[in-house]
Design a protein. Structure first.
Length: 683
């Protein structure tokens, strides 16, 4: 606004700023303000591009540094590296050399200092006298730290039985066993469960667990029943770790260690804990191997009870477990071996076992199941005769299995005959036939299996009553015939040589021993009583006597003629042979004397001595026989043939029998004669 006075005209700040801007120069304040208000790169570009931009700027700055500074820094870095290498080398020299890890379990066990283990145990016992679990845990931890892990084979399948315990040095094993013994039963059981749990957890971490397994074996030897008394714990662990195969296999291996010492414990654990694992293909083969090992270790066991056999039997055939047919087929030989071990127990109640088995088979039962039951039933019949009475009382309620059992016995009769009681078996077979007859008459129930049992029983009875095959046994008839023939030839030769029987060695021996006198008396008595019998028959029944004489006369004459022919032929043959022998004997004697001088004289002397010895002992035997026969006769007369068996009673019985026979024969003859006369009149 105009004031009417003089005014100083100057440029204001804005004008100055505009003027300076026009000149292209800014003050420091203006520059600072401009930078603060200016837009930033981060507001427009992505973060990675911004970072790249800044890195390039830094690189440009470094490139601008003098070359001399870079060279100096490089030299400093090289010197520092040399110093560090020297220091590391000096440290390595000062450090002690590291111990080499053992390559095997055997090497690790042999490298353990037993004195160190003893000191470790003594120290823990002194510090914790009332805590045995602490001692044992310390020992097992020490073993695990010293023994490398067996990564590829958790069950030691390529190792001998009892591994790794069987490679533990004896001195070390004694220390470990002493620690277990001093811990007590309760602490040992708690430690057993701890080991199984700890082993499973440590294996999941790939930590060595061989020490745990050695202690499992030691405790199984100390008390085999630890596993069978912890079934619930074992089952729980099996379920928890069965999806981790290495851990699961190690647990199954541990569960079976008690069975190595006790078959009953092993079979109980196998039945209740291991058998369900047959359903899993990855475990089935190992579970079957465990059963096979149990039977191999205890093949001579004589205390096995039938309940364990039945439990294993049901595992395979009951259908409670979803087992493949191939596994069942693999298990059948094991069942047969288990049955063999069972029947080694002579104190078992076979009757109860037979009664238990009999109802187990029906028409719907699988074939393998039937065969095993039938074999077990047959074994019971062989082992205890009282099983026949059980069968006889229960067969009507179990006709199907009875028919199969009878068929089995019939098919295998040749092998069963020596061991089975034929008399008791016949009673049972007769009972089957009697029941079948009653059913035919309407007095019993008609059943196709009863009919089958009856038919098989009939065939079996015929087979039992048949004579022995001529192929079996010694041919006694032929042997006796040839023996008599040889004796007759010797006696005939002796008689011909001496001219009469009385002059022979045989005749002299019989005469000296009294046999001739006894034979003569017997012959006289026989002739006397035969003559009396013929006289009695001729006087009482002349018609029968005449008929017998007429019938037998041609045959007696034929026998006499045959005897004469045989006698003449034998004498002629004997003469020819004798003549030949007499002619050849000098030649043979000359040849023998030529090649072996003095042999014939020696043989003759020894033969004479042998004959004398035989005569002496034969005479003594004859005397003893006669003496003992007299004593036996007297004893029989005074103790046996008395009362109803006395000679008088027997004679009266014989007379009565003869009279009765004679009366019956006369009546029969009269009846036949009457019928013949009647027929002749009719004609």
């Amino acid at each position: 606004m105009y004031s009417g006075g003089w005014e100083v005209v100057t440029k204001n700040k804005k004008d100055k700023t505009a003027a300076s801007a026009k000149n292209g120069k800014l003050s420091k304040a203006e520059k600072k303000k401009f930078i603060e208000n200016a837009p930033k790169v981060e507001d427009f570009l992505p973060l990675d591009q911004v970072k790249t931009l800044y890195d390039n700027l830094d690189g440009n700055k470094e490139n601008k540094k003098p070359v001399k500074e870079k060279e100096n820094k490089t030299k400093e870095n090289e010197e520092k590296k040399k110093q560090q290498k020297q220091q590391q080398a000096e440290k390595k020299k000062d450090e002690p050399p590291k111990e080499k890890l053992p390559k095997s379990i055997e090497e690790a066990l042999n490298s353990i200092n037993v004195a160190e283990v003893q000191n470790l145990l003594a120290t823990n016992q002194a510090h914790f006298p009332d805590a045995p679990l602490v001692w044992l845990k310390t020992l097992v931890a020490f073993l695990n730290s010293k023994i490398p892990v067996e990564k590829d084979d958790p069950i030691f399948s390529n190792r001998p039985d009892g591994y790794p315990l069987n490679v533990v040095p004896k001195s070390l094993r004694v220390v470990l066993e002493k620690a277990i013994d001093s811990a007590g039963a309760t602490n040992t059981r708690l430690f057993y469960e701890f080991i199984l749990t700890a082993m499973a957890m440590e294996m999941s971490k790939a930590v060595p667990v061989v020490g745990y397994k050695i202690f499992v074996q030691l405790m199984a030897k100390h008390d085999p029943k630890l596993s069978s008394s912890s079934i619930a714990k074992l089952t729980s662990m099996r379920n928890s770790y069965q999806n981790r195969k290495p851990v699961g296999l190690s647990l199954l291996w541990s569960f079976n260690q008690g069975g190595r010492e006790n078959l009953a414990v092993g079979l109980k654990v196998w039945h209740e804990v291991l058998a369900p694992m047959l359903e899993a293909k990855s475990y089935a083969s190992y579970v079957m191997k465990i059963l096979s090992d149990l039977l191999k270790w205890h093949s001579d066991e004589e205390t096995l009870q039938s309940d364990l056999y039945l439990s294993i039997f049901e595992d395979f055939f009951s259908g409670k477990l979803n087992i493949s047919q191939s596994v069942i087929d693999e298990g059948i030989p094991h069942l047969q071996k288990l049955r063999t071990i069972l029947f080694q127990n002579k104190s078992m109640n076979y009757r109860k076992f037979f009664e238990t088995l009999l109802p187990k088979v029906t028409s719907k039962t699988p074939e393998n199941y039937k065969n095993e039951v039938v074999s077990a039933l047959t074994g019971c019949l062989n082992a205890d005769d009282r099983c026949f009475a059980v069968w006889k009382s229960l067969y009507m309620k179990n006709l199907y299995i009875s028919s199969i059992l009878l068929t089995h016995i019939d098919s295998n009769w040749d092998s069963l005959k020596p061991s089975i009681n034929s008399k008791l078996l016949t009673d049972v077979l007769s009972a089957f036939q009697l029941s079948q007859e009653k059913s035919k008459k309407g007095k019993g129930k008609d059943d196709k299996y009863l009919y089958s049992c009856s038919n098989t029983s009939e065939a079996l009875i015929k087979k039992m009553s048949s004579k022995k095959s001529s192929k079996g046994g010694f041919p006694w008839k032929t042997g006796c015939f040839f023996l008599l023939l040889i004796i007759g030839a010797i006696v005939a030769y002796d008689t011909h040589k001496h001219g009469s029987f009385e002059a022979t060695s045989t005749g002299k021996f019989m005469r000296e021993s009294g046999i001739t006198d006894f034979a003569q008396k017997t012959w006289v008595s026989t002739k006397l009583y035969s003559a009396k019998a013929l006289e009695y028959l001729e006087s009482t029944s002349p018609e029968y006597y005449k008929a017998v004489v007429d019938f037998s006369t041609p045959y007696v004459k034929l026998a006499g003629d045959f005897y004469l022919v045989v006698k003449n032929s034998s004498v002629k043959l004997y003469d020819n042979v004798s003549t030949y022998v007499v002619a050849k004997i000098p030649v043979i004697q000359a040849s023998v004397e030529h090649y072996v001088p003095g042999l014939l004289d020696s043989v003759q002397k020894n033969s004479l001595k042998g004959v004398e010895i035989v005569k002496i002992y034969s005479a003594w035997i004859a005397e003893q026989t006669v003496e003992n026969s007299v004593k036996a006769t007297r004893w029989l007369k005074t103790n046996v043939f008395v009362g109803k068996l006395s000679p008088e009673s027997l004679q009266s019985y014989a007379s009565q029998a003869i009279n009765t026979t004679h009366t019956f024969a006369s009546q029969t003859y009269d009846w036949v004669y009457e019928k013949v006369q009647t027929l002749s009149k009719v004609e």
